[in-house]
Write a protein that binds this ligand. Structure first.
Ligand SMILES: O=C(O)c1ccccc1NCC(=O)[C@H](O)[C@H](O)COP(=O)(O)O
Length: 261
């Protein structure tokens, strides 16, 4: 089994445990009591570069990255630095995250919040919405065309903005066929875990006009951000460089200021 298959299987097993305790009907009731979601797209489309700053404790590729005892405080620092959205990894085994992290972040910041997880079931989208997420990740490589279309539609129905993640030309085509407006190009191969930052520039020209494009993984410096913007990125999603950089406010600010608005 490849790394991505393992991550999907683990996330699914965890989800089934939660679903046995809290059914989808209960999530629907909780969602009904919530305010509308925040739309990230206006900020993502604004001139310059938008930054999605990630709460990332550990990863399959690097192991432990940062302790992050208070994810909400980190998210608040990111927001002060000018982050346009916060990504929260909610997978627990390899990333050390949780839905509680997302709920805590949601309670502290006003910017849109992304649930970054291995989503293969609509229940996970209901969970995301119920804890206050505004966006949810859909990884094309994890889904059939029918699953991608169904989860994309469910996310939109819930008011979530789907971030549709690709890594190959065929996945970019499949994302477009699913009607994705927000498309991520992940520079990391989720099976070999190798990062090749040339992936973004290779795939960006294949994306249809009007798509909002996110460069994901391996964005380490303001110079990287500038290069991704020149290659067509509207948004850079940054984890490791910010959680290990020591100063998340200055870190986000420097990334944001790398490209003039
Ligand atoms: O980060 C990993 O090792 C990883 C492995 C397998 C699946 C997903 C993985 N990461 C999720 C992400 O997409 C990144 O956290 C995100 O793009 C930020 O990347 P970075 O700035 O390189 O931390």
């Amino acid at each position: 089994m490849g790394v991505l298959d393992e991550l999907n299987a683990g996330a699914r097993a965890d989800m089934e445990e939660r679903r046995a305790l809290v059914g989808q009907d209960e999530l629907v009731r909780r969602i009904a009591a919530l305010p509308a979601t925040r739309d990230p797209l206006p900020a993502f489309r604004a001139p310059g570069i938008a930054i999605i700053a990630e709460v990332k404790r550990s990863s399959p590729s690097k192991g432990a990255l940062a302790e992050i005892a208070d994810p909400a405080a980190l998210a608040e620092a990111y927001a002060h630095g000018g982050a346009d959205a916060i990504s929260v990894l909610t997978e627990k085994h390899r990333f050390g995250g949780s839905l509680d992290d997302l709920a805590a972040v949601r309670a502290r910041v006003d910017v849109p919040v992304l649930r970054k997880d291995f989503i293969t079931d609509a229940y996970q989208l209901y969970e995301a919405r119920a804890v206050g997420a505004d966006l949810a990740l859909l990884i094309v490589a994890s889904l059939s065309d029918a699953e991608l279309a169904a989860l994309h539609a469910t996310a939109l129905d819930l008011g979530l903005t789907p971030l549709v993640e690709t890594h190959t030309a065929d996945e970019v085509r499949r994302a477009a066929d699913a009607g994705a407006v927000l498309v991520g190009v992940n520079n990391r191969n989720l099976n070999t875990l190798e990062v090749d930052i040339r992936t973004f520039a290779r795939l960006a020209p294949l994306v249809p006009e009007g798509t909002v494009l996110v460069a994901e993984s391996g964005v380490r410096t303001p110079e990287d951000v500038r290069a991704f913007a020149e290659a067509g990125a509207d948004v850079a999603l940054i984890g490791e460089a910010l959680v290990t950089g020591g100063d998340p406010v200055a870190g986000v600010r420097a990334m944001k200021e790398a490209v003039r608005g």
